[in-house]
Design a protein. Structure first.
Ligand code: 5AD
Ligand code: SF4
Length: 472
C-alpha cells in the first residue's frame, strides 16, 4: 500500500518515459535512445540533448535493442529515485550483453553527484555527463567509441543552452516546456539540487521569446516557463540595458498571442512578487495556477530547512494570491519527517494544508542526501515508520482537499485547452482549465481538435479529474 502511495505521489506520471520525436527519426545513421527521470527540467534537458545529438546525425529510437547510444537522464533528489535508476541500469546490462558495441551514458543529477565514481560502481557505464556539459556529449561519445571512459561533470556559471532549439520529444504538439533559467542558489538544507545543478543563471530573454513564438507558429498553444526558482529570473540586455525580471518576461511571453497559454514552475514563496501576481491577473492567457511549495507548516522546521519564511508569512502570501487572483489554483510540495520533526510540527503541516486548500500536492518523506547541509548538520532522527505514517496522513488529507476543491467546480463552466484523447477512452477529450485541473468530456459530434479551446460545463468529478460536457 505504502509503496503504491509513495510511488504515485513521488513520481510524476512521466517517470522513465522513453523519448523519441513523433515519428522516429532514425535514419541510416546511428541511433540514440533516451529515458528521463525526475523533474520537468530533466525532461526539457533531454530535448536539448536530442537536439545536440541530432546535429551530429543521430536519430532517435524508442527501441532499446536497435540503439547505438543509450542515455538515461537521472535524478538524485531522493534515494528512491537513485535506486530506480540503478535498477534500470541493471536492465541495460542485459541488452548490452546482446549488443556489445552499444554505449551507455548517464546524464543529469546523479551523474553530477557521483562523477567518475559512477564508472567504478556501474561497470557498464561508458559516459558520464553532468547537466551543464551536454554540449560535450558528441566528443565524449567519440572518446567512448575509442574505448576510453568519458566523463564531463563540470558545472558552469553561464551555460543556459539558450541558443539550442530543443527537439520536442514525445510531444502532444500542443504543450511544451521552455527552460528559462538553470541552477539554484537557495540552499534549502534538505536539497541536493544546488550541488548537482550549480549556481543560478538566467537565459537570454530574447531567445526565450523566440522559442515561444516559434512554438506558437508550429501550432503549440501552451508553454510552461521552467526553472528551479523562476521568480529569481533576472536578465539584463546588454545592448538596450533593459532589465528583464520574471514579471517582465512573463508579460512579454503572454503578449505573443492571446491564444498562447502561459504557465510557469516553480515559485519560491519568498520570491514571488506582487508584480508577478498583478501580471497574472492582467492577462487572461496566463494560467491562474501557482505551484508554491511550502515543504512544512512549522516555523521551526522551516527554519531548519532554510526556507527563509515563517508559517505566518507563507499564509499571508497565499492570502495575497487569493486577493489579487481570485480563484487561483494552488499546489504544493510537502516533506514529512524532516530532522527533529515532532507530532506538533506535523499537525502544523496538516493545518497549513487545510488553510491553503491545495488543489494538489507532491508529497514525500524526508530522504537524507549526502553532502546536503541537513546531512552534515542534523541527525535524520525521525524513525522511518513515523515518517511514512505522517506521509500517509498528509496524502489522505490532500485527497480530501483535492476532492473538495473539485466538487466546488461542479456547475461551473471552464475554458479548456484540448490536449488529446482521454487516457481511458478515445471517445473523450482530455484538456486542462486555467487552474491546471484535468477536464475530461465526450467528443460527441463536435468537430474539435487538440489545440482548440472549448467551454466545458462541469457536471461531476473524481478526486483527480473534472468531468463535463462541451458547450458551444
Ligand atoms: N527528501 C524528500 N523530499 C525532497 N525534496 C527535495 N529534497 C528532498 C529530500 N531530500 C522535495 C521538495 C522539493 C521537491 C522537488 O522534492 O519538496 O520541493
Ligand atoms: Fe532545492 Fe530549495 Fe532550490 Fe528547490 S529552491 S531546488 S528545494 S534548494
Amino acid at each position: 500500500m505504502l509503496d503504491y502511495v509513495t510511488d504515485r505521489v513521488q513520481d510524476e506520471s512521466r517517470q522513465g518515459e522513453v523519448f523519441a520525436p513523433g515519428p522516429e527519426t532514425a535514419r541510416s545513421g546511428k541511433r540514440f535512445y533516451i529515458e528521463s527521470y525526475g523533474c520537468q527540467m530533466n525532461f526539457a534537458d533531454s530535448e536539448i540533448v536530442a537536439s545536440i545529438l541530432g546535429a551530429e546525425g543521430y536519430g532517435a529510437t524508442r527501441n532499446l535493442d536497435e540503439a547505438d547510444l543509450v542515455l538515461i537522464n537521472t535524478c538524485s533528489i531522493r534515494e528512491k529515485a537513485e535506486q530506480t535508476i540503478r535498477k534500470r541500469l541493471g536492465e541495460f546490462r542485459r541488452v548490452k550483453e546482446r549488443n556489445k558495441g552499444m554505449l551507455i551514458g548517464v546524464l543529469g543529477c546523479m551523474a553530477e553527484r557521483l562523477k567518475s565514481k559512477f564508472l567504478e560502481e556501474e561497470q557498464l557505464v561508458d559516459i558520464v555527463v553532468g547537466p551543464d556539459a551536454y554540449r560535450s556529449l558528441p566528443a565524449l561519445v567519440k572518446e567512448a567509441d575509442s574505448g576510453q571512459k568519458a566523463v564531463n561533470v563540470l558545472l558552469s556559471r553561464e551555460e543556459t543552452y539558450g541558443d539550442i532549439a530543443p527537439v520536442r520529444l514525445d510531444s502532444n504538439g500542443i504543450t511544451a516546456f521552455i527552460s528559462i533559467m538553470r541552477g539554484c542558489n537557495n540552499m534549502c538544507t534538505f536539497c541536493v539540487v544546488p550541488f548537482t545543478r550549480g549556481r543560478e543563471r538566467s537565459r537570454d530573454s530574447a531567445s526565450i521569446l523566440r522559442e515561444a513564438r516559434s512554438l506558437y507558429q508550429q501550432g503549440y498553444r501552451e508553454v510552461t516557463l521552467l526553472g528551479q526558482n523562476v521568480d529569481s529570473y533576472y536578465y539584463v540586455n546588454e545592448e538596450t540595458d533593459e532589465i528583464v525580471t520574471f514579471a517582465v518576461l512573463l508579460e512579454q511571453v503572454a503578449l505573443i498571442a492571446p491564444g498562447l497559454r502561459v504557465r510557469f514552475s516553480t515559485s519560491h514563496p519568498k520570491d514571488i512578487t506582487d508584480e508577478v501576481l498583478h501580471v497574472m491577473a492582467r492577462h487572461e492567457n496566463i494560467c491562474k495556477y501557482i505551484h508554491l511549495p511550502v515543504q512544512s507548516g512549522s516555523t521551526r522546521i522551516l527554519q531548519l530547512m532554510n526556507r527563509t519564511y515563517t508559517r505566518e508569512w507563507y499564509r499571508s502570501k497565499v492570502d495575497r494570491i487569493r486577493e489579487i487572483i481570485p480563484g487561483c489554483g494552488l499546489s504544493s510540495d510537502i516533506i514529512a519527517g524532516f530532522c527533529t520533526e515532532t507530532e506538533e510540527d506535523h499537525q502544523e503541516t496538516l493545518e497549513m494544508m487545510r488553510y491553503c486548500g491545495y488543489d494538489m500536492s507532491y508529497m514525500f518523506f524526508y530522504s537524507e542526501r549526502p553532502g546536503t547541509l541537513a546531512q552534515r548538520r542534523y541527525r535524520d532522527d525521525v524513525p522511518e515508520e513515523t515518517k511514512k505514517r505522517r506521509l500517509l496522513e498528509i496524502v489522505a488529507l490532500q485527497n480530501e482537499l483535492s476532492l473538495e476543491s473539485n466538487r466546488k467546480d461542479i456547475g461551473k463552466i471552464f475554458r479548456v485547452l484540448i490536449e488529446g484523447d482521454s487516457r481511458r477512452s478515445d471517445r473523450d477529450w482530455m484538456g486542462r482549465n486555467s487552474q491546471n485541473k484535468v477536464v475530461v468530456f465526450p467528443k460527441e459530434q463536435l468537430s474539435l481538435r487538440p489545440g482548440d479551446y472549448v467551454n466545458v460545463f462541469i457536471r461531476d468529478c473524481t478526486q483527480a479529474t473534472l468531468l463535463g460536457e462541451a458547450r458551444a
